[in-house]
Design a protein around this ligand. Structure first.
Ligand SMILES: Cc1ncc(COP(=O)(O)O)c(C=O)c1O
Length: 454
């Protein structure tokens, strides 16, 4: 079956320089027109010069000796790396002969960025798309989905009400023309992040400290991004993987289930594609530390630079790169480096899933509800957020067997209710399940390359 619009293999997303020349030239030309379908070939962590897009945070900002590397996803087509799993899931469905334009409508259950990616990829490939998401996410998200021609089906609540999104998705399954890009359940999300994000993270770390990755830190929504940790561990078995959660919705930590303000993460469940075997720590971050931290880095830079004695304007280079969950990941990475006592040779890698463009409305809301403190107040905010937190009570070691059993138990609770069989769930308790899913990358890539020639 020939896809209507061809796109890249997993390997080409990691190494776009290996794209066949006609695709490479079209991808470069498409950078000036977001809606050119050749942008599918720009789904990559790489800049046009071939380097990985990341920043190393100034040590004056982090206050720790370890190198904190943040992979920055805002340059992906559609503005977030979530376009990668959306594309990969659709691509695998097309290759399997299960999805084709004209015959199917694409459904994207999401809290925003996956929905934006779904609407975008569907548009480029000639499908209609419906994005199911909670009604209280940032205004910028809905606007972007509509801009890509996606239809919205909104469910009650906010980020932590994703279970309602999953329930609504079940209703769509009744019509066989609807094809669900089920990010919480389907393994292309795992494959994309383990292969593309994991290897990109390893490459970025090569140029710093001892060239290894000591820790990978990411706040799970679908837990796709956390799969990068599997690749990092395959290379550096001593690396630790830390999953972050909002303190207000500490589901992995202690089955807590509250509402919170960090859009994209903390979805009150263990997702099906979360390989809990390779998660070593769960760390809690207060949600408003992330919103206020974003305000400090984005809107109060001169003050923060003065306070930290930064005179080279290096904070200016960070402007626009982070959203709220990006700040959550940065705070988690810094606090983990402190907790583990990491030094200047050590690299901690984390991710900024999207950029500031999704959040001006959220900072406007912060000003409304919390006011704007004077300089002394802002400095004490900085001190609390960037120097505080991360004590032992907020970090849980989930390596012991009983912790794994607890997390598997949560997973079973959610996913048996969505018709997954116990034997399938049982098979996920072995690393060989995940490695076998990962090993499919080569065959999928070969099938896609063949399909592009037919
Ligand atoms: C802003 C933001 N941060 C973090 C995440 C979590 O990423 P993942 O779903 O790969 O766990 C998401 C997911 O949608 C997101 O939109």
């Amino acid at each position: 079956m020939k896809p209507l619009i061809p796109g890249p293999t997993y390997h080409e997303m990691l190494h776009p320089e290996t794209l066949p020349e006609p695709f490479r030239a079209r991808a470069a030309a498409a950078l000036t027109n977001e809606l050119d379908p050749a942008n599918l070939f720009n789904i990559t962590w790489r800049k046009p010069d071939g380097g990985i897009r990341y920043v190393v945070l100034p040590k004056e900002l982090t206050g720790v000796e370890a190198n904190i590397l943040v992979l920055t996803a805002r340059w992906f087509p559609s503005g977030s790396h979530k376009v990668g799993p959306a594309y990969s899931t659709l691509m695998e469905g097309e290759l399997a002969g299960e999805i084709s334009p004209g015959a199917n409508v694409i459904i994207g259950p999401s809290t925003g960025n996956f929905g934006i990616g779904t609407a975008y990829v569907a548009h480029l490939k000639g499908y209609s798309a419906v994005v199911i998401m909670p009604e209280q996410m940032s205004a910028e998200r809905y606007q972007r989905i509509r801009q890509y021609g996606g239809e919205l089906d909104l469910t009650p609540g906010s980020e932590s009400d994703v279970i309602l999104v999953l329930e609504r998705t079940e209703a769509y399954k009744k019509d066989p023309r609807n094809k669900i890009l089920a990010q919480f359940e389907l393994l292309p999300n795992y494959r994309f992040h383990r292969y593309v994000t994991g290897r990109s993270a390893l490459e970025a770390a090569q140029a710093h400290g001892n060239g290894h990755v000591a820790a990978f830190v990411a706040a799970p929504g679908s837990a796709g991004t956390l799969a990068a940790g599997d690749e990092i561990k395959a290379r550096f078995p001593d690396a630790v993987v830390c999953a972050l959660e909002p303190k207000e919705c500490s589901t992995l930590f202690n089955c807590g289930r509250g509402t919170h303000r960090i859009e994209g993460i903390g979805d009150k469940m263990v997702t099906l594609i979360h390989n809990v075997l390779t998660t070593d720590y769960v760390e809690l971050i207060h949600d408003d530390d992330c919103v206020m931290g974003l305000d400090l880095l984005e809107c109060r830079q001169p003050l923060v630079e003065r306070t930290l004695g930064i005179s080279d304007g290096s904070l200016g280079g960070l402007r626009g790169l982070f959203g709220i969950s990006g700040i959550c990941n940065i705070l988690g990475a810094v606090r983990m480096a402190r907790f583990l006592g990491l030094g200047p040779d050590d690299n901690v890698v984390t991710i900024a899933t999207d950029g500031f463009d999704r959040y001006p409305s959220v900072l406007a809301n912060l000003a409304e509800r919390a006011g704007t403190p004077d300089d002394a107040g802002l400095n004490s905010r900085f001190e609390k957020i960037f120097r505080g937190g991360g004590d032992a009570a907020e970090i849980l070691d989930v390596r012991p067997r009983e912790q794994k059993d607890r997390l598997f138990g949560y997973k079973e609770e959610v996913w048996t209710a969505f018709h997954y069989s116990r034997p399938y769930l049982e098979s996920m308790k072995s690393q060989s399940f995940w490695d076998a899913e990962y090993d499919r990358v080569g065959a999928i890539d070969a099938a896609l390359a063949r399909a592009r020639h037919e």
